[in-house]
Design a protein around this ligand. Structure first.
Ligand SMILES: Cc1cc2nc3c(=O)[nH]c(=O)nc-3n(C[C@H](O)[C@H](O)[C@H](O)COP(=O)(O)O)c2cc1C
Length: 179
């Protein structure tokens, strides 16, 4: 599969099977994250690779702690078994202080998602896990993941084998301005 095919084929998976991701594939996913560009080559991102099911569930539970009613209803409507839709692998991307870390993390997340696609895996970028790492969450998971005091959660990526897949979103060509 070439890169454009992976981009075309990728869609957010919200229904993972419990089949584990092989160690070899895990290493390739990590390589994709680490090979991603960062502004001024800051490399401020930190990656927590989690395969421990109980820990994934605890992060999900901690995220639900601060969830508002609208989001709770959305998760119910999605019949989500947890915040990560049952994915057996979770990559939490955080950063020590750096100016462009949000952009860097987004690029790394997409690198991981496209690599997953190429490996026959599926993925879903999960921003809602932010609250699991908020200082004001009494059940926050910062220490558990070894985050430094000034380290900031940015985004996470749930990865695994899809039990069912949705179609990729429609392309909105009207959003392009040509000159
Ligand atoms: C930064 C970011 C955060 C996201 N957070 C969540 C999330 O917490 N939960 C979720 O189910 N999907 C999340 N998504 C997935 C988007 O909802 C999804 O990309 C969008 O609906 C388009 O669908 P597609 O990815 O299948 O093309 C997130 C996507 C991005 C880029």
């Amino acid at each position: 599969m070439n890169c454009l095919d992976a981009i075309r084929q990728r869609s957010s998976c919200r229904d993972f099977s419990d089949k584990k991701v092989s160690e070899k594939d895990v290493e390739l996913l990590l390589e994709a994250a680490l090979a991603s560009p960062t502004a001024v080559n800051a490399q401020s991102l930190r990656f927590a690779l989690i395969t421990d099911e109980d820990l994934i569930q605890k992060i999900s539970d901690a995220s639900y702690e601060l969830m508002d009613e609208v989001t709770l209803e959305r998760m119910r409507a999605r019949k989500a078994i947890n915040l990560f839709y049952g994915a057996p692998l979770l990559l939490v991307i955080s950063s020590v202080p750096s100016r462009c870390s949000d952009i860097d993390a987004g690029i790394a997340a997409q690198s991981v998602c496209l690599t997953a696609e190429q490996l026959g895996l599926s993925s879903c970028i999960i921003g809602l896990s932010r609250s699991a790492f908020a200082e004001d969450n009494p059940k926050h998971m910062r220490q558990v993941l070894g985050m430094e005091e000034d380290e900031r959660f940015i985004v996470s990526v749930a990865i695994g084998y899809a039990q069912s897949r949705k179609e990729p979103h429609e392309l909105t060509w009207e959003h392009v301005r040509r000159f």
